[in-house]
Ligand binder design. Structure first.
Ligand code: 6GU
Length: 245
């Protein structure tokens, strides 16, 4: 229900004031983020003017003559730490131009990103996603600027870029008008704490494996009933942890 309400509010908001979502991604590897936003749904969302994605190369903000963005960790130990200056200058510049709903730092020790978080943040307007590398960023950046620390799961990636693309994708597809069929985000897995039911397409018989008869029946009430049952069954066997009531 909350999701439907938020979707409506965003629609009304876009309709009345037309204000696209804006996502600024800060990275030392901008090339890594080019392709996720240049194809398919995420590209179309930008072409339609529903979202603006801006990739910022942190190296270009470095005042160091070699454009350095990292340094040795105080106290020693292996691994470099991303320095304050390029990150602070980039965030200060962006913050002077607009207000941000969240300044997120992509890090394996953050809060695990999930569908309810995506649903609620998809109502926001402006987001910064800061991608970490090496041993991470100087802790004082986290203290001074970061409003939300986000992980995409309990495993370690080489950098925050792929995680930022995941988070941005999950937000962008919730913006009304991004998906062709507005209701299809509502039937995604995890909306309503249920996994999605199985789907089939032609041929109806593949090497003797037949599509469930009900799906060919044209009886939409029965089809809906079958889909609800399968969604529940799947959730019970695969993800009992997300099942509520
Ligand atoms: Cl956001 N960053 C990195 N480097 N690793 C991760 C992650 C983020 N989320 C899960 N693993």
């Amino acid at each position: 229900m909350v999701f439907i309400w938020n979707t409506w509010k965003r629609f009304e908001y876009n309709f009345l004031y037309f204000c696209p979502m804006r996502i600024d991604i800060l990275t030392i590897l901008p090339q890594l983020l080019e392709s996720p936003f240049s194809d398919s749904i995420l590209k179309r969302a930008q072409t339609k003017g529903l979202v603006e994605v801006h990739i910022h190369d942190l190296r270009s903000y470095s005042t160091n003559k070699h454009k350095k963005v990292d340094d040795y960790a105080f106290g020693g130990g292996a691994g470099m730490v991303m320095t304050i200056q390029p990150i602070a200058d980039c965030i200060d510049e962006l913050k002077s131009e607009r207000e941000y709903d969240e300044i997120m730092y992509m890090t394996p020790d953050g809060e695990v990103w999930d569908q309810p978080t995506a649903n609620s943040l998809s109502m926001g307007e402006n987001f910064i996603l800061l991608c970490g590398h090496y041993k991470g960023i100087d802790e004082r950046i986290r203290e001074k600027y970061i409003t939300k620390e986000v992980s995409i799961g309990d495993y370690v990636l080489s950098g925050g870029e792929l995680a930022a693309a995941v988070v941005a994708d999950s937000l962008i597809r919730l913006i009304p008008g991004v998906l062709n069929d507005e209701t299809s985000a509502l039937t995604d897995s995890f909306q309503d704490n249920l996994l999605a039911p199985p789907v089939y397409t032609r041929p109806a018989n593949y090497e003797g494996m037949e599509v469930p008869k009900v799906l060919l029946s044209g009886n939409f009430k029965e089809i809906e009933k079958w889909r609800s049952e399968k969604a529940l069954e799947r959730t019970k066997t695969r993800r009992p942890d997300i099942l509520k009531d």
